[in-house]
Design a protein around this ligand. Structure first.
Ligand SMILES: NC(=O)c1ccc[n+]([C@@H]2O[C@H](COP(=O)([O-])OP(=O)(O)OC[C@H]3O[C@@H](n4cnc5c(N)ncnc54)[C@H](O)[C@@H]3O)[C@@H](O)[C@H]2O)c1
Length: 351
C-alpha cells in the first residue's frame, strides 16, 4: 500500500484543479515551494505578515503568478476572514518566527506567531471544514536535546524542548496533533525536518548564507559556537518534493491524518564541516583558516548541541529519501547566490 501511494504526487492532472495555500510564502521554504507547486500547474495562494513580495519571488519570476495577501496569523479575525473568503484544497503551514536569536531575546513574539498563529489558522480551517489536506511544519528542534548515543532522532521520541524557539515549535506540533484527533478530524500531517538550506534563504544570520557573505567579503563571519555542534542539512528541493508528496497522499488517504514524519539525511555535519566545504568549493583557504581561529573559547548557549534525523518512516511509507548530497546541494546553492548577489545588493538583507 505505502509504495503505491507515492506514484502520482507530481501528476499535473491532479494539481491543475487544486488551490494550495502556503502560509509564510514570503519566506525561504514558502518561496521555493510556491515555485514547485506552480511548476505542477497548481493555483498558489500565500499569506505573510508582510505585503511586500520578497526578492526570491521577484528574482524567480513567480511573484505575478501567486496571490499574496497580508494576513497576520496572530489575529484570529484576519485569518478566519481570509480562510472563509478563499477556496483552499491544500494548506501548507510554514509561517513562523524562525530567528533563534530573536527568540532568545524576545520570546513573546515567537510564542505569539508560532503558537497562537498555529491555533488561529487551524481553528479557521476547522470552522471552514472543506480543506482536504493540511501539512504543519514543526521542526527537529521540537524534540529538544537527546544524547549523541540516541541519535538520529526518531518519530516516537518524546518532545522535551527547553529553549524558546524549540518550545514554540513543540507547542504548534501538539496543537496540530489535537486538531487531527477524532474530536475534530482535521486532516493534518506534522513534519519535523532537519535544517534546510538552498536558494532563496535570505535570512543572512543562518549559517550557510552568513558564510557565503563572508566568502564574498561582504562581512566578517563570527561563529556562534566552537564549530563542533552537529546538524543535519536537507536541500530545499528535496523538501519541496516531500511537501508535495505528503500533501498529495493525505488528500488521497485521510487515514494518514495525525501522522508525524521526520526528514533529514541521518548524517550530522558539524558547523566546521559546512564552513570547510563552502571554503573548499570556493577555493577560499584563507577565510577557513581565519574562521578556525575564531572558534577558540566560543560557547554555544541556548541551542541544542547535536541533531540529526532518521527518515526510515518516510522511506517505508513513500519510498522517500534525500536525493541531494551535501556537496551537490552546497554547490547549487553557491551558484544561486553568485547570480543573485550580482543583481541585488547584500546590504538590503542585513538588519
Ligand atoms: N529553515 C529551516 O532550516 C527549517 C527547518 C525545519 C523546520 N522549519 C520550519 O519551516 C517553516 C518555514 O521556515 P523558513 O526557513 O522558510 O522561515 P522564513 O523566516 O524564511 O519564513 C517564515 C515566513 O513566515 C512569515 N510569518 C512570520 N510570522 C507570521 C505571522 N505572525 N503571520 C503571518 N506570517 C508570518 C514571515 O513573513 C515569513 O514569510 C517554519 O515553520 C520553520 O519552523 C524550517
Amino acid at each position: 500500500m505505502h509504495k503505491k501511494m507515492q506514484k502520482n504526487y507530481t501528476n499535473k492532472n491532479f494539481w491543475r484543479s487544486k488551490t494550495v495555500l502556503i502560509t509564510g510564502i514570503n519566506g525561504f521554504i514558502g518561496g521555493n515551494l510556491a515555485k514547485y507547486f506552480l511548476s505542477l500547474d497548481a493555483k498558489v495562494l500565500g499569506i505573510s505578515n508582510s505585503e511586500v513580495k520578497n526578492r526570491f519571488l521577484i528574482y524567480e519570476n513567480i511573484s505575478r503568478k501567486i496571490k499574496l495577501s497580508k494576513v497576520d496569523l496572530k489575529c484570529f479575525k484576519e485569518i478566519s476572514t481570509y480562510v472563509n473568503k478563499n477556496k483552499i484544497d491544500v494548506c501548507i503551514h510554514l509561517a513562523a518566527q524562525v530567528d533563534v536569536n530573536l527568540a532568545k531575546r524576545d520570546p513573546f513574539e515567537t510564542f505569539e506567531s508560532n503558537i497562537r498563529g498555529t491555533y488561529n489558522l487551524l481553528e479557521s480551517l476547522r470552522k471552514k471544514g472543506t480543506v482536504k489536506s493540511i501539512i504543519v511544519a514543526s521542526s527537529d528542534k521540537a524534540y529538544g536535546e537527546y544524547p549523541l548515543s540516541e541519535l538520529p532522532y526518531k518519530e516516537h521520541y518524546d518532545l522535551k524542548p527547553k529553549f524558546p524557539y524549540d518550545v514554540s515549535k513543540a507547542c504548534g506540533d501538539m496543537i496540530a496533533k489535537s486538531f487531527s484527533s477524532s474530536l475534530f478530524n482535521l486532516p493534518i500531517i506534522i513534519t519535523r525536518f532537519a535544517n534546510i538550506y538552498g536558494p532563496g534563504q535570505l535570512n543572512f544570520t543562518a549559517l550557510i548564507p552568513d558564510c557565503i557573505l563572508s566568502i564574498y567579503k561582504y562581512r566578517k563571519f563570527i561563529p556562534r559556537g566552537d564549530g563542533t555542534n552537529k546538524r543535519d542539512f536537507l536541500y530545499v528541493k528535496d523538501v519541496c518534493y516531500l511537501y508535495t508528496c505528503l500533501s498529495y497522499n493525505l488528500y488521497k488517504n485521510k487515514k494518514l491524518s495525525g501522522e508525524v514524519f521526520n526528514a533529514g539525511t541521518t548524517h550530522g555535519y558539524s558547523v566546521d564541516d559546512i564552513i570547510r566545504e563552502l571554503c573548499k568549493q570556493t577555493s577560499n583557504k584563507e577565510l577557513y583558516a581565519e574562521i578556525k581561529k575564531k572558534y577558540r573559547n566560543k560557547k554555544l548557549t541556548g541551542e541544542i548541541k547535536h541533531q540529526f534525523m532518521n527518515y526510515d518512516k518516510l522511506k517505508k511509507y513513500f519510498g522517500w529519501k534525500p536525493t541531494y548530497s551535501i556537496k551537490d546541494g552546497l554547490s547549487e546553492t553557491i551558484s544561486w547566490y553568485d547570480k543573485f548577489l550580482k543583481k541585488y545588493s547584500h546590504k538590503e538583507f542585513l538588519k
